[in-house]
Write a new protein. Structure first.
Length: 319
């Protein structure tokens, strides 16, 4: 996620953490400003939780008994707040998103500005079903290190397509639009189903070479299964290939990917994980392919299926 978007979402997310105590099936933030404390909590020798796949569910985060894990810098030495309030059958929450910021670059001197506005809509039905919708639009000028990336790709990192908002070649201004949302349903403690358009992150730390949250939101279907000390995840996605030489959004081609992850908490100190993915183009000069039904197979491993197709699709596996 870009620093601009972090600035936009950070203050309003703090409100959401407090007011979403019963938003069990909503996703927690992907912001590292909050995640590093929670990851540290989950990775201690007293916990037995898989941290490979993010975002976490509020259902899991709300079980944390140490407030310093959620707000490490603000709540040091405090205990987690308990919520005895009985959840309502239907809860609806609406929050505004508003940001105005500026920064100064030296050598050469340059002023970078950002102004954006939007909103977030949350809905919970009981404790099993939740919905999140987010919309944001704004205009920004960027420092040179980001401007060079945007000019080459026509993409604002972490947000989406960069629309030119002026004709000044020395200090270009870009407009952007950010939309995300998902439905989340947990029929029981074993399964969680999510479908929508948002970001995912596979791995630990600030960056991932497997699946990162640097890209703009994309359509996905995610199935998480937890049994005993095992966590199994199926993730089906549809993304955009932004490398077309024309640089126009209409010329971006669809690309698809399927991910599997199997994690085993062998002990409280040892976690073993197997992961794999297949990525392929939705079309080429010869045919339209779309989402290949062979890759809807929810079971490890893809390699036999790919080999049987005589495919040149990109396969990735590791542990």
């Amino acid at each position: 996620m870009s620093n601009f978007l972090k600035k936009i979402l950070f203050p309003f997310f703090a409100i959401g953490v407090i007011t979403s105590a019963h938003s069990q099936q909503l996703n927690y933030t992907l912001s590292r400003d909050f995640l590093w404390g929670i990851d540290n909590y989950y990775n201690n020798s007293f916990e037995n939780f898989q941290t490979f796949s993010k975002p976490y569910l509020y259902a899991d985060v709300n079980l944390i008994k140490d407030s310093t894990a959620v707000f490490p810098r603000l709540l040091a030495g405090t205990k987690a707040e308990t919520f005895d309030k009985k959840p309502k059958k239907i809860e609806i929450e609406v929050y505004p998103l508003l940001n105005a910021g500026a920064s100064v670059q030296t050598n050469p001197n340059k002023l970078a500005t950002d102004l954006s506005i939007g909103g977030t809509f949350l809905m919970n039905i009981g404790t099993k079903f939740s919905m999140n919708l987010k919309a944001l639009a704004g205009q920004s000028t960027y420092p040179d290190y980001m401007q060079s990336i945007i000019q080459a790709s026509n993409v604002v990192p972490g947000i989406g397509y960069a629309y030119r908002a002026n004709k000044d070649s020395l200090n270009p201004k870009y407009a952007y639009q950010y939309y995300s949302g998902y439905l989340s349903y947990s029929p029981n403690k074993i399964f969680n189903f999510q479908v929508g358009k948002d970001k995912q992150f596979f791995g630990d730390g600030y960056r991932s070479l497997f699946l990162s949250d640097v890209a703009a939101p994309y359509p996905f279907l995610k199935i998480t299964t937890r049994i005993w000390h095992l966590t199994y995840i199926n993730l089906y996605t549809m993304m955009k290939d932004a490398t077309n030489p024309s640089g126009l959004k209409k010329d971006w081609l669809n690309k698809y990917a399927t991910f599997h992850y199997l994690g085993w908490n062998a002990t409280r100190r040892i976690q073993i994980g197997l992961f794999e993915s297949i990525t392929w183009q939705g079309s080429d000069s010869n045919r339209y392919r779309g989402y290949d039904v062979n890759y809807l197979n929810p079971i490890l491993f893809f390699r036999p299926a790919e080999y049987s197709l005589g495919s040149s699709d990109n396969a990735f596996a590791g542990f």
